[in-house]
Design a protein around this ligand. Structure first.
Ligand code: ADP
Length: 642
């Protein structure tokens, strides 16, 4: 809706509903950390300057004489204003409406929902983590003027609002390109008229903004001295513009690394670690990349649809906010900066997509990150465990996609195991097999409780041999390509004949006799269940107390994978399973007796079907007919209660 006051000069507009809600939240604030408003305004000014630089690459007359980029922060104690001025790209009238009149951020709706929840829960810190940009200035200002002139426009415009119901726009005069934001500070915020306070905020939140932030020099003379000898105060730079990634590592404190991390990512936690290097070579580049530890409610980098990638600078110009060309998707949680002088400044996005320089940098970054993660795991195991809990699934994707690197990546994975009380790496797992011939045993399934029910674990428990428990969906894919690690085979315990105990000659002989005794019965069991369902029936005396279990034939697709492929609509051949029966189980013994006494008995058929259904359930499978199973169970229970 638009209320036209004076069609020629001043136009008044109402805020959109969402903007109104944000402003309402801000002004009646719940919010304890008002001071981030300056960081937001300076960041907007710096972005506007980046855009002007970028524009000038293709439009050589765009900058004119105004090429000395800077952000000015000025205090007027009398007028009680704080003014932030930039000579960036500026805004046309339409752009003012679009950018300042509405909140165009895609995450706004989600943000409002989170904020309202947080308000109920009393979490006042959320706003600071999200940053509502320009509007945060209404936390300290009673009204705001934005005077702006686009570099493409001769006209300038002034936007004014008290942050309540709407705003006014009028044409105005302004020398040169850029934007000036004038904050009329409210009662209670007059501390912001103190020079030291503003400098402190700039240092704290905007120290590494790549543009000089200028303030009037401090006049430390007494009032008398000032009167006696008036002096024109010069502007001086308050921040450090040498980008942190170009500084020497030894000159940077841990806190500075953390501050910079918070400014390039949306994460307000400390990162797990960083990679800072300056590479000179065929392709030269500097980089400062960060690995997160926590996830972030406002910017969940586990989401493959999120924009990701470090900022890309070429010769001090920010070319891309998110250079996804520099990192593979499965490294989407890494943020930071890459700067190179080996790209032309006027490179287009299309050219970036197949660029050799970027490919070379990308390869080297991937290696560095893997290497750094390995180091972090030993240096800070607890932090790494948190990181792995949050991003481990993405790491496992790497094994699948980065087949050249799969072993290095496998080295930094962590797994739950049957016997261990905390996650271990494959190397740590192999350590547990010191005196044995090494094999990596694993079992896959939907959940920990499901895999722990597998009868195939019995002999591992008995012999205290550890087994890796794989319960992530991605594990099936990962294991499919990993196959071996440091030349040691990975073996699925549900798809291999494994006997951990050495059999004596006597035991072997006994087993052979048992085999013979059961041979015909096993054939009958197979036919009763149906050769369309099972390929073979075997004996396995390593199943603990269990009646039986289903094995996957060597080389055949395991049932979880089969299910996944089917769910994805892939054509998969139905793989037949192998039913293994435990010869020392009472029911199996009863089957044998029945087979001898009356080969056609109903009891033998029931026992056979029951054994098969139990084996399906034990591996987390679904029964075709639950009623049959319940019926049989009741039958057995009936016997039991006799
Ligand atoms: P964000 O900066 O996160 O997009 P803001 O609410 O802070 O959100 O700003 C909204 C938009 O207003 C910016 O994206 C930009 O297009 C425009 N804008 C804000 N400040 C300036 C400025 N100083 N110069 C030019 N454009 C600006």
């Amino acid at each position: 809706m638009c209320l036209i006051k004076d069609a020629m000069t001043k136009k008044q507009h109402n805020f959109e509903a969402e903007t109104g809600r944000i402003l309402e939240l801000l002004t009646h604030s719940i919010y304890s950390n008002k001071e981030i408003f300056l960081r937001e305004l300076i960041s907007n000014a710096s972005d506007a300057i980046d855009k002007a630089r970028l524009k000038a690459l293709t439009d050589t007359t765009f900058l004119g004489d105004d090429t000395n980029f800077e952000i000015k922060v000025e205090i007027d104690k009398k007028a009680k204003t704080l003014t932030i001025t930039d000579n960036g790209i500026g805004m046309t009238e339409d752009e003012v409406h679009k950018h300042i009149g509405t909140i165009a951020k895609s995450g706004t709706k989600e943000f409002l929902e989170k904020m309202e929840k947080a308000k109920e829960g009393g979490d006042h810190n959320l706003i600071g983590q999200f940053g509502v940009g320009f509007y945060s200035a209404f936390m300290v200002a009673d009204s705001i003027d934005v005077i702006t002139r686009s570099g493409l426009d001769k006209k300038a415009h002034k936007w004014t609002s008290d942050g309540k119901s709407g705003y006014e726009i009028e044409e105005t005069k302004k020398e040169g390109r850029g934007t000036q934001v004038v904050l009329h500070l409210g009662e209670g915020n007059h501390e912001l008229l103190e020079d030291w306070k503003v400098r402190e905020l700039i240092k704290k939140y905007s120290n590494y903004v790549a543009v000089p932030i200028m303030m009037q020099e401090l006049d430390t003379r007494t009032d008398d001295e000032k009167k006696k000898e008036p002096k024109k105060l010069e502007m001086e730079q308050v921040n450090e513009t040498k980008p942190i990634w170009k500084k020497s590592k030894t000159s940077i404190k841990e806190d500075e690394y953390k501050d910079f991390y918070q400014s390039v990512s949306m994460d307000f936690n400390a990162p797990l670690g960083h990679i800072h290097s300056n590479i000179e070579g065929n392709v030269s580049y500097s980089t400062l990349l960060y690995i997160p530890q926590e996830t972030n409610a406002f910017s969940d980098m586990r989401d493959p649809n999120k924009e990701y990638g470090p900022k890309l600078y070429v010769q001090n110009v920010l070319i891309l906010e998110h250079a996804k060309e520099l990192l593979p998707t499965w490294l989407r949680f890494v943020s930071g900066v890459v700067e190179t002088t080996d790209l032309p400044l006027n490179i287009s996005r299309e050219m970036l997509q197949s660029n050799q320089t970027l490919d070379t940098i990308k390869k080297s970054l991937v290696k560095k990150i893997v290497w750094e993660l390995k180091k972090l795991r030993t240096k800070n195991p607890e932090g790494y465990a948190k990181f792995f809990m949050n991003y481990g699934t993405i790491l496992k994707e790497w094994v699948y996609y980065e087949q050249d690197l799969k072993e290095s990546i496998a080295e930094i994975l962590e797994f739950d195991t049957l016997l261990g009380d905390k996650k271990m790496s494959l190397d740590e797992y192999l350590e547990t097999q010191k005196d044995k011939e090494k094999t990596i045993y694993y079992i896959t399934g939907k959940s920990r409780s499901e895999v722990l029910a597998s009868p195939y674990l019995a002999q591992f428990k008995d012999t205290k041999t550890d087994v890796i428990l794989l319960t992530d969906t991605i594990d099936e894919w990962m294991i499919g390509v990993l196959d071996e690690y440091k030349k040691i085979k990975l073996k699925s315990i549900t798809a291999s004949d494994i006997s951990l105990k050495e059999e004596t000659a006597e035991e072997k002989k006994k087993a052979e006799t048992t085999e013979k005794q059961f041979k015909d019965m096993l054939e009958l069991v197979k036919n009763t269940i149906g050769t369309d369902k099972i390929e073979k029936v075997e004996l396995n005396s390593n199943l603990g107390d269990a009646l039986g279990a289903l094995k996957t034939a060597d080389g055949a697709m395991n049932p979880q994978m089969e299910k996944m492929m089917k769910a994805m609509g892939q054509p998969v051949p139905e793989t037949k399973r192998i039913l293994e029966l435990n010869p020392s189980n009472k029911l199996v013994k009863a089957m044998k007796k029945e087979f001898k006494d009356d080969i056609k008995s109903k009891k033998l058929k029931d026992l056979t079907n029951y054994a098969y259904m139990q084996a399906i359930l034990l591996e987390g499978g679904e029964l075709e007919n639950i009623a049959d199973f319940v019926g049989l169970t009741n039958k057995f229970a009936g016997e039991y209660l006799k």
